[in-house]
Design a protein around this ligand. Structure first.
Ligand SMILES: Nc1ncnc2c1ncn2[C@@H]1O[C@H](COP(=O)(O)OP(=O)(O)OP(=O)(O)O)[C@@H](O)[C@H]1O
Ligand SMILES: [Mg+2]
Length: 251
């Protein structure tokens, strides 16, 4: 059991509104952690704190700390561009760039200054394979990514994150815009990615959380109510609010 990210007494304000009210949460390496809770409870806000995506929103104040491998990512020394490569993000709506499939996945490598075509070819192929979309796209790598189905686009977006060799992948409801078959493929893929990466995923699907995650954190109104191994959360929750939420009484 190794810690990879740890938040301590993390508070976040949008203007005067406190959206995170002191979150203490430690995420583990090579695990998939899911964040659950009703709409507006702060799941996406917390996820965005982990790679400083909230820095981009005007009027945000953040107190407390987030350690990645023991280093405070909010320290003034932090290289935020590098942090976002190390801790990559996948969004609810697939958001490929309006380029070819190949160029989408090569994007981060080109940004890093990689010029060797053979190296780029190899990483593009490997990343698309890991994202379980290689067979779908190998004969049309130079066609626009926008011509793919939503599920294929989402897997290309995951390949784009994998290509820069992150340690952690954040996913905000990555399958909620997709059909059940694409969702199943992505769940299977995320399950295998755990071997080499640490994953944090927001989901509204209790089924999805219990199928593929190791640990589950339940948020309510800016508080972390309960955090434990997924089976314990679903079979024997300690808090009444958790039980009510997972049994569908609210949210
Ligand atoms: N950019 C923003 N500016 C102001 N308030 C915001 C902003 N983003 C989120 N909030 C508020 O912060 C609270 C937490 O929002 P957040 O998006 O983190 O919730 P969530 O748990 O991800 O909800 P959902 O399940 O609907 O995605 C909500 O009250 C929301 O209205
Ligand atoms: Mg959200």
């Amino acid at each position: 059991m190794t810690e990879i990210i740890s938040s301590s007494d993390l508070h976040l304000y949008y203007g005067k509104k406190e959206a995170l009210k002191g979150i203490n949460l430690t995420l583990h390496k090579n695990e998939l952690t899911t964040l659950i809770g009703p709409s507006g409870c702060g799941k996406s806000t917390f996820l965005r704190c982990l790679n400083r995506m909230n820095d981009l929103i005007p009027g945000v104040t953040i107190n407390g700390s987030v350690l990645y491998h023991g280093e405070d990512i909010y320290s003034p020394k932090e290289d935020v561009v590098n942090l976002r490569k190390e801790i990559g993000m996948v969004f609810q709506q697939p958001n490929p760039f309006p380029f070819s499939i190949y160029e989408n996945v090569a994007f981060g490598l080109r940004l890093k200054g990689e010029k060797n075509k053979k190296v780029i070819d190899e990483i593009v192929e490997k990343s698309l394979q890991k994202a379980a979309v290689w067979d779908d796209v190998k004969d049309k790598l130079h066609q626009s990514a926008l011509g793919l189905s939503g599920g294929q686009q989402q897997r290309v977006c995951i390949a784009r994150v994998l290509a820069v060799d992150p340690g952690v992948i954040l996913l905000d409801e990555p399958t909620s815009a997709l059909d059940p078959i694409s969702t199943g493929k992505i769940e299977e893929m995320l399950f295998t990615l755990k071997e080499n990466y640490s994953l944090v995923m927001v989901t509204h699907s209790m089924g999805q959380a219990s199928r593929i995650s190791d640990r589950t954190a339940f948020f309510l109104d800016g508080h972390l109510i309960e955090y434990n191994e997924t089976k314990k959360i679903f079979i024997n929750p300690k808090q009444k609010e958790t039980e009510d939420y997972i049994s569908g009484k609210f949210g």
